[in-house]
Design a protein around this ligand. Structure first.
Ligand code: NAD
Length: 312
């Protein structure tokens, strides 16, 4: 592919795995990040590519930073649901404005392909799984509304401006480098951290709520497949999940197996509006991108626990 692959948000949890994967498959990368939640240290020391520090909400800066790139994997966002409930304008501005700037730069620079991070949070909380892309979105919080707007904008850039876009709806991502220090981080990193410290994981409700947990290495593979695909996706949304779900009681049990512990969860009252069950219909990802998640749950969890034992 002529020109580097740009990864916005490349210093973040998911972005750093995407960068690693692109480098391992021989591509040059260009990372764009404002280091608001990401860290330079997440990236390989001798990064074979360039690192641009700046804000993707700045249209002129994004246009310069993306010049010469062959494709963009756009992950820069504040993926914090609670923050979006506390301060909707700030999160909506950051996430939608960044997407608008990236898409517009791609149009002006003639960049053929933009892959965007979207979210399973678009599906209605009471929708029965498996969740498939043709279900009518019903975002349950301002963060998810922003992702919905991003998808709509990506559709316009594809249909009206000829920039081929793909909106990847990530389900619950976990793995090394996910920040466990925030209580709003992914449930797996929060549970791992507490159980490693000998503390009980806190479960809201009965613990039978289930999620489609997908390992971050599989997410990187899906991003790579979408960026390099010979087939145009035409602005379509594509689920990126495993097609299987695990409830929180099972999660605690698998973590106990890996850690060799017998920690019991602490149960507290359920949170209002929480999604009960989430699981991806994965047929479109397989048909359009040739992507299927391949990391078994216990393997991904083991690697997450190992990372946490050394890094946190
Ligand atoms: N983690 C998940 O389970 C999950 C699920 C669905 C979707 N997503 C999406 O995946 C993407 C990556 O999420 P993550 O979990 O790696 O989060 P993260 O916070 O680790 O990464 C986001 C990165 O974007 C950077 N960033 C934020 N705003 C920016 C801006 N205006 N300009 C430049 N850089 C900016 C941050 O510094 C960080 O490096 C996000 O778009 C998120 O919405 C994540």
């Amino acid at each position: 592919m002529a020109g580097p692959i740009a990864v916005t948000g490349g210093a973040g949890f998911i972005g750093s795995h995407v960068v690693e994967r692109m480098l391992a498959s021989g591509h040059h990368v260009r990372v764009l990040d404002n280091l608001s939640t990401g860290h330079r240290a997440n990236l390989p020391a001798g990064l074979d590519g360039t690192f641009e520090t700046g804000d993707c909400t700045n249209a002129a800066w994004v246009r310069e930073a993306l010049r010469g790139c062959a494709a963009v994997i756009h992950l820069a966002a504040t993926p914090n649901v609670q923050k979006s409930l506390d301060d909707p304008p700030e999160i909506l501005h950051n996430n939608i404005q960044a997407t608008a700037c990236v898409l517009e730069a791609a149009r002006r620079l003639g960049i053929r392909r933009v892959v965007l991070a979207s979210s399973a949070g678009l599906y209605a909380a009471d929708e029965e799984p498996p969740h498939h892309e043709e279900m009518t979105p019903c975002p349950g919080n301002p963060y998810a509304v922003g992702r919905y707007a991003d998808e709509a904008l990506a559709g316009v850039y594809s249909r009206v401006f000829g920039v081929d876009t793909t909106c990847l709806r990530f389900f619950n991502v976990y793995g090394p480098r996910q920040d466990p220090s925030s209580p709003y981080s992914g449930v797996i990193s929060v549970f791992c951290r507490r159980m490693l410290a000998g503390q009980p994981p806190v479960i809201f409700g009965d613990g039978l709520q289930s999620r489609d947990f997908i390992y971050v290495g599989d997410i990187a593979a899906a991003c790579s497949a979408a960026a390099l695909s010979a087939t145009a996706c035409g602005g379509k949304a594509v689920n990126v999940g495993t097609g299987r779900s695990t409830d929180l009681r099972q999660l605690v049990s698998v973590l106990n197996d890996i850690l060799g512990t017998t920690t019991q969860a602490q149960f507290v009252p359920a949170r209002q509006g929480e999604v009960r069950h989430s699981r991806a219909d994965t047929r479109r990802a397989s048909a359009l991108l040739g992507f299927t998640a391949s990391t078994p749950f216990h393997v991904g969890l083991k690697s997450t626990v190992s990372w946490m034992q050394t890094a946190v």
